[in-house]
Design a protein around this ligand. Structure first.
Ligand code: GLY
Length: 230
């Protein structure tokens, strides 16, 4: 299949479902999608090429048959379904299913959720998802992953991270960090810098502003997240 990938998420109670904001992840380590695969080097939400016509195809051709299929096979499932999709000639195809959220998709999807996540989880357990009004933030959201130089191959840990106290109007999610006398790197993908904007450009600009304020020796990030879509 030759096309462009994106991620769609639902929370289901087994019969009903809520469609969460969609996202596009950038998986390769190098700019212009080159080099080794990683867990994800950046993400944006919403996905500009996922218009209403395409999203209704996703719902009718993929989401509904998936939930019906689970029931037909007597699989009682309540929770997230992550549809890894590819758009080929304006039609969606499933590349993979996961029964979890994505990373770094979560760092752009959850900041767009205005409703209480705990209430959603309760409704999923109690099979009352149809009784809940779920609200989403209209804003665009982007996240840039700051990684240890060398990742996804070998990399050094224990580098002192500075600039974390200098962040405003953005969110910084910790992944591969550890607190000693200071905050230090402790993994390959270290931090996710999430920024907001009225459009994708502004969201990316704010994420990069935050990404550039944070430092450690051999910090690495991609400078081209979202650029293919602008
Ligand atoms: N970002 C892809 C995943 O979480 O599987």
């Amino acid at each position: 299949l030759d096309g462009i990938e994106m991620s769609v998420f639902v929370l289901t109670d087994g019969e009903k479902y809520v469609i969460l904001p969609n996202a596009k992840d950038y998986k390769r380590i190098g700019e212009n999608d080159t080099g080794l695969n990683t867990g994800g080097m950046g993400c944006i939400s919403p996905v500009p090429f996922a218009d209403n016509i395409f999203l209704s195809k996703v719902e009718n051709q993929i989401i509904k048959p998936t939930i019906n299929g689970l029931n037909k096979d007597s699989i009682k499932y309540r929770g997230f379904i992550f549809f890894g999709l590819i758009k080929v000639n304006n039609n969606p195809f499933v590349i993979e299913y996961n029964i979890r959220m994505g990373d770094p998709e979560t760092e752009v999807v959850m900041p767009r959720l205005k409703s209480d996540l705990l209430q959603l989880f309760k409704a999923s357990i109690n099979k009352t998802l149809d009784q809940i009004d779920v609200e989403f933030e209209k804003k665009n959201v982007a996240t840039i992953i700051l990684a240890s130089g060398g990742y996804p191959l070998s990399y050094e840990k224990g580098k002192k991270i500075t600039g974390l106290n200098n962040i405003n109007k953005s969110l910084v999610f910790h992944a591969g960090t550890k607190e000693t006398n200071f905050i230090e790197t402790n993994g390959g993908r270290v931090l996710a810098c999430t920024g907001f904007g009225e459009n994708i450009n502004e969201a990316l600009k704010n994420s990069y502003k935050t990404a550039n304020k944070i430092s450690w020796k051999n910090k690495y990030f991609r400078n081209d997240i979202g650029k293919d879509l602008i």
